[in-house]
Design a protein around this ligand. Structure first.
Ligand code: AGP
Length: 603
């Protein structure tokens, strides 16, 4: 989940390397560095800290070179130190590599290299790659042969870029279970772990697949098969995103900008061609067994999908967390696995899909990033079109995924006769009204939520309760709170509380309850009984409610009445804002919270 950028150009590359790696910082940000050709040697500038901090110390933007690679790190092997920061050099300093992924057999390779006389200066698995290439170059006398030979010896996952004094005009790159793409520009070519590495300069790119490597120079590039060495005829993909969408646009943080972008993102989701939804519905209808798959936020989105399909289409479609999927997967040729992923690169989800495919299952996905690994590996993809989500914490992408699952459930409900034509139309009207309702909500409630967040910023423990479709809302809201504020928040079904956790309730544990509208009948009544249980034990209860007359809460945020179908999305957005403002009150690094990366591409 680190970020890789590389540039080979007719022009000096300092700014481009800096910008490339800066735009990738959401993938990891504990240290960063660059390696570039400086006349007859490779110069490395790196340190711990953000790209701007390292640039301040090491003057990345001012470097004068025409070929270089850069990296921003999310530590896996080895502590966050300058030595462990990438790039890593070989013993003689004639090869420099940057790497994303984990080399599973690095200990064995390191032993062999130590015996051959190599000396290491970091604790990373990556450093062995630079030494291994150097060793193979000594043996084979040819840089491409050495590169291929080294890659063949690696086990695990990698996206790699390498420069060498032995071929100073070119960048070598490769991937295995980690994304890597080549940007095709004019008078410059690029490598990157995603489009953001070069989107300011070109929208044209070539996506490497596992088992392929690329050689990139300022005016050409080639992609070859690692197994056969054959040159591959790769298609150019055009990135549909406007680079301007990746800017903060006056907001203090991307998270707030992306929360505010939700009306537009939902409108875009509602305008995705109905054929896309019908085709996915066809696959679901044709399968004997269907699973929804995601991890972290997208697991909660999948769980939301499970509730929607059960309640609207009377279907039993279990959601599974992709980090555990392989241990439970019993899919076969009659199964369908539908994955949900913003990045389209999440290791757990990729591996689960691979597992299901090996068992003969069909696969589909809802994905935001065009050309991502998941988008390319499944039998059918629905591209959610939410635009770039830069904040590490997912907001608009997750909401849009829920909206698309709602559309899917409506389609299946209509087919299966569980929804009348009139009811379906009412639901579609409710969805169409949602963007406007979100706009009003964000405009009218942000101030109140901000005040509440600052009032309660010192609360150390939260319980977030919801029942039915509000249960995944509670789970996702608690994850938002944890990941961006570092405050403990536990999402739980209201009914589960009395089976043990009530013991924690006292005046210090705060409870946030996601209360459905009174029109939800039993679900509303059952949720209110959970509120009573907490109140009876002296707990503080904050209610997100649609009913101004409910006066049991210690504090409440009253939401405007809406349809039962879209009601759960409104408190979800309120919880995003609560997490955001709590994080600002606590002075957290909102867009890049600790120990989290945008694409989690490691096991
Ligand atoms: C979301 O806020 C988190 N960053 C995380 O749980 C994320 O949803 C998860 O890693 C899955 O990512 P994906 O949607 O890119 O597959």
């Amino acid at each position: 989940m680190c970020g890789i950028a590389g540039v080979a150009s007719f022009h000096s590359i300092g700014d481009r390397l800096y910008e490339g790696v800066h735009h990738l910082e959401y993938r990891g940000y504990d240290s960063c560095g660059v390696a570039f050709l400086n006349h007859d040697h490779i110069e490395v500038r790196k340190d711990i800290g953000t790209v701007d901090e390292v640039d301040g110390k090491e003057s990345i933007r001012q470097l004068n070179s025409f070929v270089g690679i850069a990296h921003t790190r999310w530590a896996t092997h080895g502590k966050v130190t300058k030595e462990n920061a990438h790039p890593h050099l070989s013993c003689r300093g004639d090869f420099a590599v940057v790497h994303n992924g984990i080399i599973a057999n690095y200990k064995a390779l390191r032993e062999g290299l130590l015996k051959a006389g190599h000396r290491f200066s970091s604790e990373t698995d990556t450093e062995i790659i630079a030494h291994l290439i150097e060793q193979r170059y000594t043996e084979l006398g040819d840089i491409e042969a050495a590169w291929v030979s080294a890659l063949t010896a690696l086990e695990g996952s990698y996206a790699l870029a390498m420069i060498s004094t032995n071929d100073p005009q070119r960048i070598y790159c490769a991937r295995h279970e980690g994304p890597l793409i080549i940007g095709v520009g004019s008078e410059s070519n690029y490598v990157g772990s995603d489009f953001n590495a070069f989107i300011d300069y070109t929208k044209n790119c070539v996506i490497l697949e596992d088992g392929e490597y690329g050689i990139v120079s300022k005016d050409s590039f080639s992609v070859k098969s690692l197994r056969s060495g054959e040159v591959l005829d790769k298609a150019i993909t055009v990135v549909p995103w406007d680079p301007e969408l990746s800017r903060k646009g006056g907001y203090p943080h991307y998270m707030l900008k992306e929360i505010h972008e939700q009306p537009l993102a939902v409108r875009n989701a509602l305008s995705i061609d109905a054929d896309e939804i019908t085709a996915l519905a066809d696959m679901i209808a044709g399968a004997r067994r269907v699973h929804l798959l995601g991890v972290g936020t997208t697991y909660y989105v999948a769980l939301m999908g499970q509730y929607l399909l059960a309640t609207l289409a009377d279907m039993d479609v279990p959601a599974m967390s992709s980090d555990e999927f392989r241990h439970l997967d019993r899919s076969d040729a009659h199964s369908l696995v539908v994955a949900i992923s913003q990045s389209g690169e999440t290791y757990d989800t990729v591996m689960s899909l691979r597992h299901a495919k090996e068992r003969g299952a069909k696969t589909a996905a809802i994905v935001n990033v065009v050309g991502s690994s998941i988008a390319r590996m499944v039998d059918r993809v629905v591209l959610q079109g939410s635009g770039p989500e830069v904040c590490v914490v997912s907001t608009k992408a997750a909401l849009v995924q829920m909206i698309l699952l709602t559309r899917l459930a409506l389609e299946l409900g209509a087919r299966r006769g569980t929804l009348s034509a009139t009811r379906r139309r009412e639901c579609e009207e409710a969805l169409a009204a949602l963007p406007g309702e979100i706009e009003t909500l964000v405009n009218e409630k942000s101030g109140l939520i901000r005040a509440a967040a600052y009032r309660h910023a010192q609360v150390h423990n939260w319980l977030f309760l919801g029942r039915g479709v509000y249960y995944p809302v509670a789970l996702e809201s608690a994850l938002k709170m944890k990941e961006v504020t570092y405050v403990h928040a536990e999402g739980m079904p209201g009914g589960f509380l009395k089976h043990g956790t009530l013991s924690l309730v006292d005046d210090k544990l705060y409870t946030l309850v996601f209360v459905p509208p009174p029109s939800a009948g039993e679900l509303h009544a059952m949720t209110m009984s959970s509120v009573e249980e907490v109140k009876a034990r002296g707990g503080f209860v904050f209610g997100f409610t649609f009913d101004a007359s409910e006066d049991i809460f210690d504090e409440s945020l009253v939401l405007s009445q809406t349809s039962e179908l879209t009601a759960p999305f409104l408190p979800l957005i309120c919880a995003q804002l609560l997490a955001y403002f709590t994080a600002t009150a606590l002075k957290r690094n909102v867009d890049k919270p600790r120990s989290l990366a945008k694409s989690v591409t490691v096991a």
